[in-house]
Design a protein around this ligand. Structure first.
Ligand code: HEM
Length: 236
């Protein structure tokens, strides 16, 4: 059971997978796809901002925000601020990343919001925003009363995990969709780029998996029987 496992080895794996996935998406978008640009006559460069920001900005920073409670040795109040700020940055970079996909579509005369990936994507970013605002108001400023905080925390964790799992799944769909477009346009199905994209998606899924393991892992200072610490009201 993950609750019996200490957090440190798991958070180490999370950080390693974060670096691996980030390097892979950058190599793909820069070396194989020509680089990143907000303004360019080569519209593909505008699109490339999308996977880079969605993976590094939204998913990886969002994951680091989730594991920060277990990975950092600070007091709860400090960790709360770090959690909140990392999620805010992830949300902003996610919004900019989605804007890049819209900009690419608009400047290439491609319709917007025609795919399952795009519909789920809008849902995910909206739910993430709602989760962040609710967390800010109840747990940080102005802050709910202790009973409301204790009542809200398990739901905050459940809802946060739900949205995060959806985001990981949708990123995998995004990689699949883009690779399918490229293969339809002639990219070799067993070529190096196809392998790179598929393995980047696998690294993303593994990253998300270890983020979730960390949520249920035991903090270093906790006794063995004290698992699932994350849903204890004393953490509010
Ligand atoms: C959780 C992370 C992600 C979210 C929330 C997300 C969200 C979105 C949204 C809302 C759109 C629609 C843009 C429009 O209609 O103009 C879109 C488009 C697109 N995204 Fe993502 N995306 C994510 C990750 C990725 C990743 C990692 C890739 C990998 C390449 C990707 C590939 C695409 C592609 C190919 C499109 C254009 C086709 C379409 O609209 O379905 N996405 N994304």
């Amino acid at each position: 059971m993950a609750g019996a496992v200490k957090a440190t080895p798991l958070t180490f794996v999370v950080h390693v997978l974060a670096v691996v996935a980030a390097v892979m998406v950058l190599v793909w978008c820069i070396s194989f796809r020509g680089g990143l640009a907000w303004d360019s006559s080569n519209k593909g460069l505008i699109f490339n901002i999308h996977p880079v920001l969605m993976l590094i900005g939204f998913i990886i920073l969002g994951g680091e925000a989730i594991v920060s409670y277990k990975s950092l040795p600070f007091k709860k109040e400090v960790k709360k601020v770090i959690h909140l700020v990392l999620h805010a940055i992830a949300l902003i970079l996610g919004i900019v990343g989605i804007s890049a996909a819209f900009k690419f579509h608009n400047e290439s005369s491609i319709l917007n919001l025609y795919s399952l990936h795009s519909w789920l994507g809008i849902g995910i970013i909206v739910l993430y925003g709602i989760q962040w605002i609710y967390g800010l108001i109840i747990f940080f400023y102005p802050g709910g009363n202790p009973a409301l905080k204790a009542e809200s925390l398990p739901w905050h964790i459940l809802f946060g995990i739900f949205v995060y799992v959806l985001a990981i799944a949708n990123a995998a769909i995004g990689f699949l969709e883009k690779l399918t477009f490229l293969e339809t346009a002639g990219l070799a199905k067993f070529g190096p780029e196809a392998f790179l994209v598929n393995f980047t998606a696998i690294a993303t899924v593994l990253y998300g998996t270890f983020v979730l393991f960390t949520v249920y892992a035991r903090k270093e200072q906790e006794p063995d029987e004290y698992s699932y610490s994350v849903i204890e009201s004393r953490d509010v």
